[in-house]
Design a protein around this ligand. Structure first.
Ligand code: C2E
Ligand code: CA
Ligand code: CA
Ligand code: CA
Length: 270
């Protein structure tokens, strides 16, 4: 449902996909789309809770499909992972967003770029060096990059991922633990992982004002993150009430439809 809400956002003038559209892409469709450059980054702002200044953007993959409109990542990321296309996809998204990041920087907007990494990427020993080379090759520095990694991505082989994470951190990339609270070994991962940011999952934010249990999870996640010296980000902020709540609880940054939907670079707010 999130997906459909995102792809039918009125701020996305290119959207033609409708909720309920039955497009099920195949591996060869996706392969062709990658070759044609139809997989592109969208950008959603991350804002400071206290000032509402835009501090960064999360890069979210979209498939600009000639027949099916704008297709969201839930329809093709799992396919890409299964069919061995995720590396190419990730490379393309990263390259395009680094180019855009450099354009913003040249315009005097040093926006941090938050990139989503697949669990599979965390198994590549050369990821840290590779990424550093690309980032510097585009005239950016690793301090400007936040790597968002979901708890479930870490769960599959935590000790191997931990090694990669440590090397990424040594190269000064910021590391965010995404969808916090939805994995099963969050506390261990948080304690031992070299994270710099904790991103509270939107499912808890969505229910926090109606349900005591979700509120308790949001509140204790914020406290935990702060005690561990992490930047705490709330995602899925859709109302001013939710914004008030996370400000009151002490979140540093916020992201959500209230503050800005994912859009193409050209439509990004000035
Ligand atoms: P995520 O990293 O947890 O991203 C947040 C999702 O929530 C995005 O969905 C975003 O559009 C949506 N969202 C943002 N604000 C709101 C809000 O206020 N309300 C609601 N209901 N939803 C909101 P999206 O773009 O469909 O992405 C879905 C997932 O696909 C992402 O979840 C991420 O795990 C994955 N993904 C996206 N791009 C990439 C990519 O380039 N590489 C990889 N490996 N995964 C990606
Ligand atoms: Ca994310
Ligand atoms: Ca998330
Ligand atoms: Ca998610």
């Amino acid at each position: 449902y999130d997906q459909l809400a995102a792809i039918t956002a009125p701020q996305c003038p290119t959207t033609s996909a409708r909720p309920g559209s039955q497009y099920v892409p195949t591996a060869s469709d996706l392969d062709a789309a990658l070759a044609a450059g139809h997989i592109i980054p969208f950008y959603q702002p991350k804002l400071s809770v206290s000032t509402r200044a835009i501090t960064g953007v999360e890069v979210l993959a979209r498939w600009r499909h000639p027949d099916h409109g704008l297709v969201g990542p839930d329809y093709f990321i799992p396919l890409a992972e299964k069919e061995g296309l995720i590396e190419r996809l990730t490379d393309q998204i990263i390259d395009q967003s680094l180019v855009q990041g450099r354009i913003w920087l040249d315009q005097g907007r040093p926006l941090k770029l938050a990139l989503n990494l697949s669990a599979l990427s965390l198994r590549h020993l050369d990821l840290p060096e590779d990424l550093l080379r690309r980032v510097e090759g585009r005239g950016l520095s690793p301090e400007q990059i936040v790597l968002e990694i979901t708890e479930s991505a870490l769960a599959s082989d935590f000790s191997a991922s931990l090694d990669i994470l440590t090397r990424l951190r040594m190269r000064r990339f910021a590391l965010s633990i995404d969808d916090f609270g939805t994995g099963y070994s969050s506390l261990k991962q948080l304690q031992h992982g070299p994270f710099t940011e904790l991103k509270i999952d939107q499912s808890f934010i969505a229910k926090a004002l109606e349900e005591e249990g979700s509120l308790a999870i949001v509140e204790s996640s914020v406290q935990l993150g702060r005690r561990m010296g992490l930047k705490v980000v709330a995602e899925g902020i859709e109302t001013e009430q939710q914004m008030d709540l996370i400000r009151h609880l002490g979140c540093d940054e916020a992201q959500g439809y209230l503050l800005g939907r994912p859009v193409a670079a050209n439509d990004f707010p000035r």
